[in-house]
Design a protein around this ligand. Structure first.
Ligand SMILES: NC(=O)c1ccc[n+]([C@@H]2O[C@H](COP(=O)([O-])OP(=O)(O)OC[C@H]3O[C@@H](n4cnc5c(N)ncnc54)[C@H](O)[C@@H]3O)[C@@H](O)[C@H]2O)c1
Length: 313
């Protein structure tokens, strides 16, 4: 069985990645500091190392024990807002954490690192959908730290021969998401509508996003491990959905008719964001399998069962 260390494997996306790997007969260990992830989401039987990626000694120990051939590196500071208010912490986790992973991957003979990057590396673009070849300019410390980590991975391939696959996710949504992430709008809307509370839309609601279901993202990570080379890919639906359209779909699913409240547009919000996934389809043989409606339905059933479980406790 091939051995994969998944950093951030107790988080929203990481726990789905672990599910997919185990179902495909990989031997998986998790490295996660539990800052936003939950031990409840640990896969039964999986080794879990609980420490920070900034701690190189602890990472070293984990790799000496588990001896991974591959690393899927998802552990990160994920909030754009926090990155603006605490630029150093963001850099320590997202840049130094990734540099530690690279240093120890070299020492322990890891063949490939799959890295969770983001649409935030592109910043604003007049070209939509944004092709993976678009250079772009990050607008936040979060986007800059992800871009810097990408650059380190490319240097590591040249210097040490470690393969990399960089996956730039658009807005990921689905079960187990908290309201912190980049796709957090789905979990916020759904959580409020299930509890019969009004939703606030910041701006006019015509801003568009590219929503991708978490199981499709997890499968992209599997394809990235199986891909014979290094490369950079957009993991997205390539479909623009306005926040008003999203709201309408969620209302239909939740059978809710409460009108939304409109708040001021938030500073730094990008008006339209959509990523072109064609090269992922061509080279990784990956295609998103869930339409937005299918993904939202699965997400709704998850939140509903969580709500029922909390009522029955
Ligand atoms: N959710 C999205 O829409 C989205 C979009 C683009 C990119 N990403 C990237 O995907 C990855 C996973 O994001 P997510 O949405 O699942 O977030 P999440 O917060 O649910 O998961 C992150 C996991 O990493 C762990 N972690 C955080 N800091 C750590 C540290 N310093 N050391 C060790 N573990 C640490 C957390 O405990 C958590 O389990 C991140 O790298 C994020 O930047 C997410």
């Amino acid at each position: 069985m091939k051995k994969v260390l998944v950093t951030g494997g107790l988080g929203f996306i990481g726990s789905s990645v672990v599910d997919v790997l185990i179902r495909n007969n990989y031997d998986v260990a998790i490295y996660d500091d539990l800052s936003t992830g939950s031990i409840i989401d640990a896969y039964p039987g999986c080794i879990v190392f609980t420490n920070r990626v900034e701690d190189a000694n602890s990472l070293d120990l984990a790799m000496s024990i588990f001896k991974p051939e591959f690393i899927i590196h998802l552990a990160a500071q994920i909030s754009v807002e926090k990155s603006v208010n605490n630029i150093v912490d963001d850099a320590l986790t997202n840049i130094i954490g990734t540099v530690n992973i690279i240093k120890l991957a070299r020492i322990h003979g890891v063949k490939k690192i799959v890295f969770a990057s983001s649409a935030a590396v592109y910043g604003k673009s007049d070209i939509l959908p944004i092709p993976v070849s678009y250079e772009g300019q990050p607008l936040s410390p979060y986007g800059a730290s992800k871009k810097t980590a990408e650059n380190y991975l490319k240097v590591a391939k040249e210097l040490y021969g470690i393969d990399y696959v960089i996956l730039r996710y658009s807005n990921v949504y689905g079960p187990r998401q908290t309201s912190n992430g980049e796709g957090g709008v789905v979990s916020i809307f759904m959580d409020r509508l299930i509890r019969n509370k009004q939703v606030t839309i910041y701006g006019d609601g015509f801003q568009t996003r590219d929503f991708i279901y978490v199981e499709d993202v997890a499968k992209a990570n599997l394809k990235a491990l199986q891909y014979g080379k290094s490369g950079v890919f957009n993991i997205s639906s390539t479909t623009s959905t306005s926040i008003l359209e999203l709201m309408g779909l969620i209302q239909e699913i939740c059978m809710d008719t409460l009108p939304p409240v409109f708040g001021h547009e938030r500073n730094g919000d990008i008006k339209n964001s959509v990523l072109c996934n064609q090269s992922s389809i061509d080279s990784l043989s990956w295609t998103p399998e869930h339409s937005l409606k299918q993904g939202l339905l699965k997400t709704y059933h998850f939140y509903l069962s969580e709500k029922m479980a909390s009522v029955n406790v």
